[in-house]
Design a protein around this ligand. Structure first.
Ligand code: SAM
Length: 244
């Protein structure tokens, strides 16, 4: 069927490509990719060759109007270099415009570093906030962190290893010494997950600067410390009962 197929691909271990993802890639008329060398390796792994077109931040605005009409008669798969397209990767506007144009749009879900890291970390997984990459400049980064400091949800950040220490330091300064996790190289040979208070993670990685791709997670802000009116009433009632 013609339309747009959003295809998640592995984040390190090629065996994580789903059977359905492989099937769609085999049958796609065209694959929109970030970097054709990266996707060529994946296609080689499943023994296929398909036409590819580079769709990335620098040419997306120019390319999108050309791709949209093609969705009516071609099956176009959208992949990124790793993981789920649109998640800190290009594709959001393509999906939005494809839907608006009435094209068929579907997803082939699969690996996503944020979700993989959350499940590995041992931090609360019931409520979480994906923040992606923080601004690289310290002031903007701190401002972004102040905005989320009070949120009672596990916070998830993408980062590159050279910036790890400076980001952990900002997290510590703005959020306090919360329990946190650094997960690296997920699904790869040197997969690692370190869970500790932020101050300890800073000391640990200062001694041993990490390599590779990583996700930082920070435990939720403490629930409200002020006591609500109902709680005051209940406490008073208990105290009075105990007293009588
Ligand atoms: N779309 C991707 C996804 O679904 O996870 C994310 C793309 S984003 C450009 C790349 C970032 O994802 C890296 O800087 C890192 O924070 C994270 N990442 C990707 N693969 C990873 C892995 N195997 N282990 C840890 N983090 C990873």
């Amino acid at each position: 069927q013609p339309g747009l197929y959003i295809v998640a691909t592995p984040i390190g271990n090629l065996s994580d490509l789903s059977l359905r993802a492989a099937d769609i890639l085999k049958r796609a008329d065209l694959i929109a990719v970030e970097d054709s060398r990266v996707t060529a390796k994946l296609l080689q792994h499943i023994g296929i060759k398909r036409p590819m077109i580079a769709y990335h931040d620098h040419n997306a605005d120019y390319l999108r109007p050309q791709l949209l009409p093609r969705l009516n008669h071609e099956a176009i798969a959208l992949v990124s270099d790793a993981g789920t397209p649109l998640i800190s990767d290009p594709g959001f506007k393509l999906v939005r415009d494809a839907r608006q144009s009435g094209a068929y749009v579907t997803t082939i879900p699969g690996p996503c570093a944020a979700i993989a890291a959350l499940t590995l970390s041992g931090l609360p997984s019931d409520r979480f906030l994906f923040i992606g990459f923080l601004p690289p400049k310290e002031n903007a980064r701190k401002k972004a962190l102040e905005e989320v400091a009070g949120i009672a949800a596990t916070l998830i950040f993408y980062e590159t290893s050279p910036r790890l220490i400076s980001v952990l330091t900002s997290l510590h300064q703005i959020l306090g010494d919360r329990e946190a996790a650094v997960t690296r190289e997920i699904t790869k040979k040197f997969e690692e997950c370190q869970t500790a208070p932020l101050s300890e993670l800073i000391t640990h990685y200062q001694e041993k600067p990490p390599k590779g791709e990583l996700v930082i997670l920070v435990s939720p802000a403490n629930k409200k410390t002020e006591i609500g009116e109902d709680e005051v009433k209940a406490l008073l009632e208990t105290a009075l009962k105990d007293h009588s």
